[in-house]
Design a protein around this ligand. Structure first.
Ligand code: CAA
Length: 395
């Protein structure tokens, strides 16, 4: 077993760290407060190649592995999770989904635009009554011969106001249940696509979350991803990788809060010494560091499994479940360590605490991750403990 990052990984990590510190940090509080989309920062992220990291070079991507993407997501999330969620949806839900399951024509048409950041994409699965219960799609895609007629509403769509391309899950054969759902590539300047109001959110406030209405949108059959009825499986497969992205976001949020709390606790004095010298605070730091290291192992391992071509469904759910719980728990602790300063905006930790909450909700709530993990265990599928001492074998 080898736990060292290679030179390429270290270079990506450093580049993302430098970018986050130099380009994201200074305006992040203001953007959060004003719900101001990070237009300029997104442009710079595009220039640096953060939007096509895992795409092959032939489509203008960086041809990097998943671990490189995770490292970049982690560093950017330490500072600005509004930017990292834009990057996550673009890389792991939209671009990866098209690259993995799209036709050659779809890839040639859309991937270079996504890789360069010229186009931002959105993944449109959630509906007013289909969040965790994602099979209950009400949006319809009626088969009209050479096109689908798309009607319905999607909710809480990340990149909703800025995206040029949507991947929309919609029901074509209601009698077939989830096997009747299709995934369609919809360009947002087509007739009938209406962007709803921007959501006023608890966290990741600078990211662009909208409801979207589709009314009699004509989607060419050539824009369906995969076979007729493949849409639900497409969404599930794509979310397996998406969950690695959100897990790395959670890891970054936890790491950012920890770094701030550590620094503050060494400077702030009470009862005649730095508060880090009080056991109550030192033990909090110990718990934070230990949980973050454990989360890191799960997140990096899920990325590694994906890169090895292994089944990473359970691994990505475990990584997201654990890392998001760690992010929530320890951002609360970071606020506590900061005391009164932690409760005001200029010290960043209250924002990290607000941002952490969404990592337990989007791309599958913690409860959904537990469904995925427990089913895999109980169905005796794929998941093998990393180490087995043979104690479970019958004598
Ligand atoms: N890969 C391939 N196929 C899969 C799969 C996977 N990982 N998981 C399920 N399927 C298939 C099943 O095999 C089954 O197909 P068959 O009947 O043909 O065998 C079909 O999908 C239905 O599966 P289930 O019976 O397991 O479905 P379920 O209704 O019990 O739901 C669930 C399972 C895990 C709860 C699923 O609905 C789910 O993941 N829900 C959460 C949805 C989600 O993550 N939404 C996030 C929105 S996107 C977002 O948040 C982006 C953003 O803005 C940042």
């Amino acid at each position: 077993m080898f736990f060292e990052l290679n030179e390429e990984h270290l270079a990506v990590q450093q580049a993302a760290r430098d970018f986050a510190q130099m380009e994201l940090k200074s305006g992040v509080i203001e953007r959060d407060s004003k719900m101001q989309y990070p237009t300029e920062q997104v442009r710079k992220m595009a220039e640096l190649g953060f939007f096509g990291m895992m795409l092959p070079e032939e489509y203008g991507g960086g041809g990097m592995d998943t671990l490189s993407y995770v490292l970049a997501m982690e560093e950017i999330s330490k500072v600005d999770s509004s930017c990292s969620v834009i990057m996550s949806v673009q890389n792991s839900l939209v671009s990866w989904g098209i690259e993995k399951f799209g036709t050659e024509e779809q890839k040639a048409k859309y991937l270079p635009k996504l890789a360069s950041g010229e186009w931002i994409g959105a993944f449109c699965l959630s509906e007013p009554e289909a969040g965790s219960d994602a099979t209950s799609q009400r949006t319809t895609a009626v088969d009209m011969g050479d096109y689908y007629l798309l009607n319905g509403t999607k909710n809480w769509i990340t990149n909703g106001g800025t995206s040029k391309l949507h991947i929309v899950m919609a029901q074509t054969h209601p009698e077939k249940g989830h096997r009747g759902i299709n995934a369609l590539l919809v360009e947002t300047d087509w007739d009938g696509v209406v962007i709803g109001a921007k959501e006023d959110k608890l966290g990741i406030r600078a990211s662009d979350t909208h409801s979207i209405m589709y009314t009699d949108v004509k989607v060419p059959k050539a824009n369906r991803i995969g076979e007729d009825g493949f849409g639900f499986k497409f969404a599930m497969k794509t979310l397996e990788g998406g969950r690695i992205g959100i897990a790395s976001q959670a890891l970054g949020i936890a790491g950012g809060a920890y770094e701030l709390a550590l620094e503050y606790s060494k400077e702030r004095k009470s009862f005649g010494k730095p508060i880090s010298q009080h056991q109550a605070i030192a033990f909090k730091l110990a718990d934070m560091a230990t949980d973050i290291e454990a989360a890191k192992l799960l997140v990096y391992r899920s990325a590694w499994m994906k890169d090895q071509g292994m089944d990473y469904s359970t691994a990505s759910s475990m990584a997201k479940l654990f890392a998001s719980e760690v992010a929530m728990k320890h951002t609360v602790e970071a606020v506590q360590i900061h005391g009164g300063y932690g409760y005001v905006k200029e010290y960043h930790v209250e924002r990290l605490m607000r941002d952490a909450k969404i990592t337990q909700i989007y791309e599958g709530t913690s409860e959904v991750q537990r469904i995925v993990i427990s089913r895999a265990i109980l169905e005796g599928q794929l998941y093998q403990p990393m180490f087995s001492n043979g104690m479970m074998e019958k004598a």
